[in-house]
Design a binder for this molecule. Structure first.
Ligand code: HEM
Length: 181
């Protein structure tokens, strides 16, 4: 039963990561160049609003799955890796503990950046683009400025996410993570 739950939790963790990370690459490498082919600006603005809203739903579901499954994995780490862990050893006596603490700290920063992007900068960017599409040329400078901020946030968030994934892989590589410090 424990094995079933552990494999299930890893599966959900990875599914969440796929839902969270996949659309970030899709948006950057597929949607942004494609959107420029839509010459009618109001149509481009509507498509942008739709795709970024759906992107938000997918990423949000992804984060929820990651956190639920990750919480199970960390709550059961001692039972799961039981025979490899000394009874009197503490969490932070192992590389596992240290990597986990660093991973959670980066995760908190990443959530802050992604949250700022999704709640503040992203919606402002879509709104400014809608104004421009509706003929308000003065919105252009705002669109350009917000695009720069949005790109910086996206790239930083994605790099942090990739670092977190590397740390997850280190945690799972027990020959490495279950060494005493
Ligand atoms: C509350 C947040 C999180 C918790 C509590 C958590 C916890 C864990 C734990 C305990 C493991 C190791 C499981 C084992 O013992 O083998 C793990 C693996 C992993 N985590 Fe997380 N994690 C969280 C968030 C994330 C995020 C945000 C990402 C990346 C976007 C991520 C990526 C990974 C990866 C790639 C693995 C390796 C999976 C595998 O073995 O195939 N984790 N996580």
């Amino acid at each position: 039963m424990d094995t079933f739950l552990h494999v299930g939790a890893l599966w959900v963790h990875i599914l969440g990561i796929a839902l969270f990370v996949g659309p970030q690459f899709f948006l950057a490498f597929a949607w942004i160049p494609t959107s420029k082919l839509i010459e009618d600006l109001p149509t481009r603005a509507r498509a942008m609003r739709k795709i970024t809203t759906r992107f938000g739903y997918l990423g949000g579901v992804g984060i929820v799955l990651i956190v639920i499954a990750g919480s199970y994995l960390i709550a059961t780490w001692r039972d799961w890796h039981g025979e490899d862990i000394a009874l009197d050893a503490g969490f932070l006596d192992y590389r596992f503990g240290l990597i986990f603490v660093v991973k959670m700290s980066i995760f908190a920063v990443m959530l802050l950046i992604v949250g700022m992007h999704m709640v503040v900068v992203g919606p402002a960017q879509v709104e400014a683009f809608e104004e421009l599409a509706n003929g308000d040329a003065s919105a252009n400078s705002r669109v350009l400025r917000l695009r720069r901020v949005s790109m910086a946030l996206s790239i930083t968030g994605l790099l942090l996410t990739l670092a977190i994934m590397a740390m997850g892989s280190m945690l799972s590589s027990t020959a490495f993570s279950l060494d005493l410090l």
